[in-house]
Design a protein around this ligand. Structure first.
Ligand SMILES: Nc1ncnc2c1ncn2[C@@H]1O[C@H](COP(=O)(O)OP(=O)(O)O)[C@@H](O)[C@H]1O
Ligand SMILES: [Mg+2]
Length: 304
């Protein structure tokens, strides 16, 4: 069964999408893994980092995006024609094993979700609205990926900033989460807030088989030099005091203009500019990622 990972941070612009697409690319291209990227953010940055807007428009016109599956989960349609397998683009960026379930700029209607869950709660006497909501949140993404979870080594979900229904549902479906961050004091507070929220989510869903989710590691985006670089180094020292070593990636990602430029080519920097410092860092981080997964799996196996 594939390992399910969500890339999360309540802050935007911290490198979630960049990490998701480059990690996925490195796993497929250099480690022969079969990887699916699932874009859970209505800003569709992961989608547009892997396919062009023109290609995306074609998929959207045919309703071949994540929103088709979400609509069917919210308002079950007996005439539903497409399965998740039909929506996945294989061989993206010409890389065998790198696949994408495109996101959408309109993912779901909050009002429709609330109405559907309210009706369910009324129908199922003895079940309160909160319980019905919790259950929906817990199974939404989990059920959505169930038919394909055995087809991949890794399913990586690029989450939106904040803490919306899809992020919570993605976390509930995951084995691990990755946390890209910048070493700034408020960013550290943000990490701690997110950790607390995930702990609450776990408590909320106690006694269910899900939510064994674990932080795989915090990956820092660093400025290379100058005053900013020096300041980031000071904050990193504080970070190392606040977090256990296994909660951090040793490898950080340098600020590299090539990483930003690659977005214009609808290709991860790892493919567009493989010799750039950003690409080299993503490759090393991918190796560390695989080691961390291995160590965690061994710990799990010995605990059982
Ligand atoms: N290492 C880096 N060097 C330079 N620019 C980066 C780097 N990582 C991310 N960026 C740029 O920063 C912006 C935000 O990154 P992104 O991955 O979209 O963040 P998030 O998904 O957390 O909102 C993007 O324009 C991206 O190209
Ligand atoms: Mg993003």
């Amino acid at each position: 069964m594939g390992t399910i990972i969500s890339t999360v941070n309540m802050k935007g612009g911290v490198g979630k999408t960049t990490l998701t697409v480059n990690l996925a690319t490195a796993l497929a291209k250099y480690h022969n893994k079969r990887v699916l990227v699932l874009d859970l953010d209505s800003q569709i940055s992961a989608t547009l980092s892997l396919i062009s807007p023109h290609e995306f428009a074609k998929f959207r016109k045919k309703r071949r995006t994540l929103s088709y599956l979400l609509d069917n989960a919210i308002t079950p349609n007996p005439w539903k024609k497409l399965a998740i397998q039909d929506l996945i683009c294989p061989g993206v960026c010409n890389i065998d094993g790198l696949e994408l379930l495109p996101g959408d700029i309109e993912l779901y209607d909050e009002y429709l979700v609330s109405e559907m869950l309210h009706n369910k709660a009324v129908e199922a006497t003895g079940k309160d609205f909160e319980k019905v909501w919790d259950n929906f949140e817990r199974i939404l993404i989990k059920d959505l990926i169930k038919p394909i979870v055995h087809d991949y080594d890794f399913i990586i979900m690029d989450c939106a900033p904040g803490y919306n229904l899809l992020t919570r549902s993605g976390i509930a479906a995951s084995n691990y989460y990755l946390l890209p961050a910048r070493p700034e004091p408020l960013s550290i507070v943000g990490i701690q807030l997110l950790e607390r929220r995930i702990a609450n989510l776990k408590k909320h869903h106690e006694n269910t088989e899900v939510l064994n989710i674990k932080l795989l590691g915090i990956a820092f985006i660093l400025s290379a030099g100058g005053l900013m670089g020096r300041y980031y180094k000071q904050v990193m020292k504080r970070v190392r005091d606040d977090f256990a070593p296994d909660q951090l990636f040793n490898q950080s990602i340098p600020m590299d203009v090539n990483v930003a430029k690659a977005v214009d080519l609808f290709t991860p920097v790892l493919l567009a500019m493989p010799n750039s410092s950003g690409s080299k860092a993503f490759l090393k981080l991918t190796e560390e990622f695989l080691t961390k997964i291995k160590v965690n799996e061994q710990q799990l196996a010995s605990a059982n």
